[in-house]
Design a binder for this molecule. Sequence first.
Ligand SMILES: Cc1cc2nc3c(=O)[nH]c(=O)nc-3n(C[C@H](O)[C@H](O)[C@H](O)COP(=O)(O)O)c2cc1C
Length: 227
Amino acid sequence: MNVEDALKKRISIRNYLSKPVDEETLRTLFERARWSPSGGNMQPWKVIVVTGQAREEVVKIGMDEAIAAYANPDLRQDDEFNVYPPNLTPIYNNRRKQVGQDMYEVLGIPREDKISRYAHVGRNYEFFGAPVGVFFIIDRQMGRGQWAHLGMFMQSVCLAATEMGLGTCIQEAWAFSRKSLAKHFELPDNEILYCGMSLGWPDMVAPLSKFRSKREVVDSFVQFKGF
Ligand SMILES: Cc1cc2nc3c(=O)[nH]c(=O)nc-3n(C[C@H](O)[C@H](O)[C@H](O)COP(=O)(O)O)c2cc1C
């Protein structure tokens, strides 16, 4: 698979086969992703990968706490920094709404069916059925730059996974139980759990596995000067 194909083929997968992913495959994946660039080559990322019983344990945390927090914002554990900035200007808010609308349309869930929408959101906390969950962690001393580099690493994981036939879905939904997960994983105080990721063999029969979210055209975000 070439880079263009991987970039275009990678989508967030929210339906997985129950087939496990073995450790060797995951080691190969991270062996490839570790070649991501980072400022000063600091490689400001840490990863925890869970499957089996370890996965069950975090699913329980997600189901117990994050879902409650989804319904009651006071319980959210993303107070250190919000998943979404408050008061987003319309351009960004509209894009966010649009992708939700488009996704629920594919799922056949109408806007007024709040219960089904909650149920879909709840699937985040069972990694959308993926046999593997991944958590991305960064040292608190790191600044905006290094957080961007963590993001680049995460994209590398997604692209390498795509080439290997694996599906991924990055999930900041796990931020709602960020503190409980940090405690569960016994993270030192200097580390913060940024977000999770579902990982597994995609169920390509599911309609959502073919959902390609929209993008802005190049001229809307790139200025070409001096050509
Ligand atoms: C940092 C980050 C956090 C995300 N969090 C979630 C999430 O919690 N749940 C979810 O279903 N998708 C999540 N996504 C997936 C985005 O919704 C998705 O990337 C976006 O709509 C574009 O679609 P695509 O990935 O299929 O191209 C997240 C993506 C990123 C990069």
